[in-house]
Write a protein that binds this ligand. Sequence first.
Ligand code: NDP
Length: 458
Amino acid sequence: MSKTTKSKTTKSKIAQEWEDMLARVECRNPNQPEFLTAVREVADVVETKACKDKAIRNQRIFERLTEPDRVVSFRVCWETDKGEIQINRGWRVQHCGAIGPYKGGLRFHPSVNLSILKFLAFEQTFKNALTGLPMGGGKGGSDFDPSGRSDREIMRFCQAFMTELFRHIGPQTDVPAGDINVGSREIGYLYGKYKQLTNTFSGAMTGKGLSYGGAPVRVEATGYGLIYFVREMLDAHLDAIKDKTVLISGSGNVALHAAERAIQLDAKVVTLSDSTGTLYFKDGLTEGHIKQIKKLKAKDGASLEAFKDKQGGVFSKTKKPWSYKADIALPCATQNELEEADAKQLIKNKVKLLAEGANMPCTEKAQKLLRESEVLYAPGKASNAGGVALSGLEMSQNAAFEKGDFDTLDEQLLSIMKSIHEKCKLFGSDDNQIDYVKGANLAAFDKVSNAMLAFGVH
Ligand code: NDP
């Protein structure tokens, strides 16, 4: 056999093995579309490295990453105010502990299932690696629906949830935080129960209140970090955020803090949204508006529509933020909220930049369209890593028995977001263009795979 034929045969054998591996992953995870989408995104980018690098290929590093280290599933049984027994399901997915204790939020929402948590945990491993801090990836939550529940019911649910979860977490093992519907109130109830059950006061959770070990800026960090990342993206393309028109979806933690920081940097934020519709302010929202919306949202179940009545914005039950014209789009609500048609509309409206505040808010088809267009597109694992980065700083603060101040931590957040942008640039630059999806995934995979190789096979 000639040298060329031999190398062609070897090449196609490796490519076939890669395809077979992806087919096995699909087969092993039926009915888990979110998880498989996340795997495909990373696989697409790392294929060349994972196939070319003999050690990574022989040690089947990527395939090992498609199987979480551990998945814990448990019953959460609790009582309503009327004394009715409720049964929910709880999970903790400890995805990869190669570079540090598992770290990732808890989500309480009726849509929560194993596929969503596995996708979030998988993403978290790569996101955490990008921060440069020693944190592995995990995620957890429950199909519990907190809407309309009283404060006592939320407390009982959180306590019941922690009564099982506490066995699986700890400052050196797994450090959960908040996510959708798990804010400071829920973290308080969860951590309080953890403390009681273990008789320890440790950094086993982040997002804690400032009076019991929490870090300033944690609440703001994902939204602020997103805007710092956007600023870096614009800067790398000789542009600036000042006077840019911005579309934001969601009106929760990430959305409101992204809006707040963008406004402070003289951008014009024209939309926010929630599950009932979109609020549009032609001349831009002010910091005062954001403060009032924060108050409104703190009331259980309040819709943005109520805010419109008082302030004169336009509220639409049918329009999404993406139908309005703007320079920047920041999806900050939930996964798959931005579909193919929305991406087409944004491209048609000549949006310059889209950075994900939420986890995987763009569907696979929307992401493909955006990546093929002129739009600068940043995946959540890079652009929304500010929250977990601050959590990492909270962990260091707890371990050192120290307390940081707002300005110092905000500076550290800024510097971490800058370093994530640098990594994207380093690993994702082609012909003077930065491919943020490629850069983020390759940089993270490089770090995680190095650690996995060092540990041998287990
Ligand atoms: P919140 O629960 O605080 O807010 C979620 C917001 O999204 C709410 O305003 C909610 O509206 C809205 N929403 C939910 N579904 C839809 C929908 N289909 N269409 C429009 N709006 C919708 O969550 P967070 O802000 O904390 O998280 C948002 C996203 O960011 C999630 O994907 C999360 O995983 C991700 N993320 C969060 C981090 C954090 O630090 N909090 C860190 C990194 C990522 P309503 O109130 O009506 O339900």
